[in-house]
Design a protein around this ligand. Sequence first.
Ligand code: ATP
Length: 563
Amino acid sequence: MSDEWNQNPGRYGAPNDEGQISLLEAFDRAVALLPPDNFARDRLMALRAEIAAQEEMVGDAREMIEKLEQVIKKVTSPANRIGTFLGSPERDTAQIVVGGADYYCNVDPRISLARLQKGTRVLVNEAYVIVGDLGFETAGPVTKIAEVLSDDRLRVGAEHGTQSLVLQRSAQLTKTPLKAGDDVRVDANYRVALELLATPQSRDHYLDIVPDLPWEKVGGQEEALQAIRDAIELPLLHEELFQKFQHATPKGFLLYGPPGCGKTLIGKATAFNLTKQLRNKSGADMREYFMHIKGPEILNMWVGESERMVREIFATAREKRREGYMPFLFIDEAESILGTRRASRYSSILSTLVPMFCTEMDGIDSLNEVVIILASNRADLIDPAILRPGRIDRKIKVNRPNKTGAREIYRIYLTDNLPYDSGIIEGAESKAAAIEALIDRSLETQFAKREENRLLEVTLRSGRKEALYRSDVISGAIIASVVERAKAMAIKRSIASGNEEGISEADLQVAFNAEYLENEILPATDITEDWLKLIDYDPDNVVKISPVRLIDRAKAKPSSGVI
Ligand code: ATP
């Protein structure tokens, strides 16, 4: 046996090339070599059962130890950090940010670097090697885009007291159109914008439609229109000439005057006509982007919120310019946000808003970028810092229409293509002449200084009392509304008679009376402050205003026979 053992040890249980055999297998092989009648066989078989039991026990113990070792390894090994993957600057190298610090690091070969996306979370071990791809985070801080700087750079933050930051877009956002004012979710390291969140208040909130508004659709405002064309149209259309003469151009203008006299209308007409001229000059398909901002809507009690809105408005305007639009920033009731501190009970907000607005305005290079139009009924309250040269240094008065202006405005709304009462047209030289004669007759009555037209009594500081008539507070808005009422009356008559009835002189007169008795334009109370906004007197000069027909007006509501 010993010879055979020496020559072929594997056969008797020793390890061979294919690996180790178990003790039991070795034992069986050794027993198999004994002659079948060897007396030791029975004793060996009994021993075998014991060996089998012990071997099983050792196996179980080994397994248990291995498990324990694994547990000990797990509970004593340090935690992996989580970072944000920013890109792969070199082959086999990744750039990550962990806890605010940047690292160039290696990647575990089991992780495919090519499949890691910008903004995704990665697991890094103690040596800052990427050992896991955790995909994109689904929660995290949200911030607002202040400005889209370039395809991959977004400026965010800069809220009151916070720092402004520039973020990159994550792989998830490369194709998403982003704009100032959008809310985005950011990675925990504040480096990458991960997701665009739907915001209920879209920045198109301020967008207003500009209809076809050739200058001729604004009546009785020749002086104002001429001033605008000189201040805005000439520098834009003859830019090179202005540069040659180094002539300073304003960033916009202030329209001031009583309510309803066409400030908004003129603002929109400016946008319409200017964009049309620029389109003709450049041959490009340029469109206006008219942002209509109502001053009081900007006032917000949350600290920094008003400033954020102003910043967002300017950023939107600039972005729209880059997109090829001509942006117009029309700020209505401008004194409410750009007034002197005396002008508003929100003086603490104004003390930061006015300088901020000036800074934003100074950041605009020229009219070519954004045109700013301020509108106010109380220009005297606007902070002089806003009206300094180089900012909004053109103040343009939008006057209440006189009789000639009122005639022009009536003519804009009483067009040739409307049906008129046959009595008006008959015997006239032409339909146009008949309409003009109708307007003249109506104006004679409406502008007459008669008792039925008396509206207010104003007591001045000097003690003098002055009577104001309806024509002293007339406006384009009132005239437009009178014509609408007259049309409604003619329609009602047509329905009742079954024939086509036209607008009559009586319709215009009834409508005019109804307008003064019912229109919301006139304050319903006799509070001096409310009436002061309406009349053209210097507020410091007026002691008292007494509405003459207040009682009659109250009685007359609601009138019948007028739609
Ligand atoms: P507010 O100070 O109350 O904002 P506003 O001066 O801006 O008033 P608009 O809103 O421009 O007045 O005028 C209201 C409407 O009255 C216009 O949409 C237009 O229909 C008519 N209107 C006012 N003025 C004129 C005008 N000069 N020519 C033609 N229509 C006019």
